[in-house]
Write a protein that binds this ligand. Structure first.
Ligand code: SF4
Length: 337
């Protein structure tokens, strides 16, 4: 029987639906990502936001099939439009096609640049290796030239010298720029940046964000930014997905989330961002911690920490309810009776 052709709206690069990831540990089954759906359009930045342990990185790792045992992708689809126009389900294609896509049409920059770089090889060699993995008919001279040009694009000074440097010879900011350059080597359609500015000082953070913004405009790629920092989201995102305990609890355009947040978790996250124009007596925080995902709380997963929890919240899980056009939130307070 012939399979049905997969459909994606023309401007959408990636559409993830009902993604489910579980980890089978000795302590029990961790429901790390439950029923997560989101999409990314060409040329837009989508932010996945939430505290550590909310499932942001597991979501993007699952989309690129980088979940290792004891983790398992238990359900869902991740439709991706390839450069050729062909739409594939990343969760179902064969390993060979997946290898063609990863590092080529989809680039992934992980949290800690040091762990992505091999200390035995120069930055130039890392770029060379990434290019030749997908283009066999290219000379070392050409990849070297391309490496210098990429380092120049990510604003590394003296790229002709830096290309011959080993990772330990670069500062933290330069290493981060280098992994971004490696990610850009094959002109990806989708760029995933997982906490790209953690461990960097504020000035370098701002430079990296400006860089990602301008590269995205130049390359017209879709960018998924994973962060817990709402200040960063405000700087670069077009649309935002707020995650809590492995689920999306609110989604919308940046302005909708920042000026009209409707989920109590989003509101508390925003209140926890210090306002530099006001004198702060005490930093706001959200009491409690993200629950164990082995036995998530019944009903709404946020109920143990929510100041507005009602009886219904303890029994029934809220679906995503429409707040306004393209803005949805999973909270029973929005239910119209
Ligand atoms: Fe709070 Fe209930 Fe809304 Fe959950 S559904 S966020 S517990 S009010």
């Amino acid at each position: 029987m012939e399979s049905q052709p997969m459909y994606l709206p023309e401007d959408v690069i990636l559409k993830v639906e009902n993604l489910d990831v579980k980890f089978y540990t000795y302590a029990g089954v961790v429901h790390a990502v439950s029923n997560v759906s989101f999409y990314v359009k060409e040329g837009e930045t989508v932010a996945l936001v939430g505290e550590t342990g909310c499932g942001k990185s597991v979501t993007t790792r699952a989309v690129t099939r980088l979940i290792e045992s004891p983790g398992r992708i238990e359900g869902g689809s991740a439709l991706f439009r390839r450069r050729s126009g062909k739409v594939v389900d990343l969760l179902k294609i064969g390993d060979e096609e997946l290898r063609e896509i990863r590092g080529n049409e989809i680039a992934y920059v992980f949290q800690d640049p040091t762990s992505s770089l091999d200390p035995l090889y120069t930055i130039g060699y890392h770029i060379h290796e990434t290019i030749v993995a997908h283009k066999s008919k290219i000379s070392k001279k050409q990849t070297f030239k391309q490496a210098v040009s990429l380092l120049k694009q990510v604003l590394i000074p003296s790229p002709e010298i830096r290309v011959k440097n080993y990772p330990h010879e670069l500062s933290g900011g330069m290493r981060q720029r280098s992994v971004i350059a490696i990610g850009l080597s094959n002109n990806p359609r989708l760029f995933i940046a997982d906490e790209p500015t953690t461990n960097l000082d504020v000035t370098v953070q701002a430079q990296i964000l400006d860089l990602l913004k301008s590269l995205q405009e130049n390359y017209k790629m879709g960018l998924i930014l994973i962060t817990h920092n709402l200040g960063i989201v405000a700087e670069v995102a077009n649309r935002v997905y707020v995650m809590y305990a492995g689920k999306i609890v609110e989604e919308g355009y940046l302005e909708q989330i920042f000026y009209n947040p409707s989920h109590p978790y989003t509101k508390l996250l925003l209140r926890a961002v210090p306002d530099p124009t006001k004198k702060i007596e005490k930093l706001e925080s959200i009491h409690g911690t993200v629950p164990s995902l082995i036995n998530p709380p019944p009903g709404c997963r946020f109920q143990p920490r929510c100041p507005f929890a009602m009886e219904k919240c303890l029994i029934k899980e809220p679906p995503l309810i429409e707040v306004e056009n393209q803005h949805r939130s999973a909270c029973w307070l929005l239910e119209r009776t």
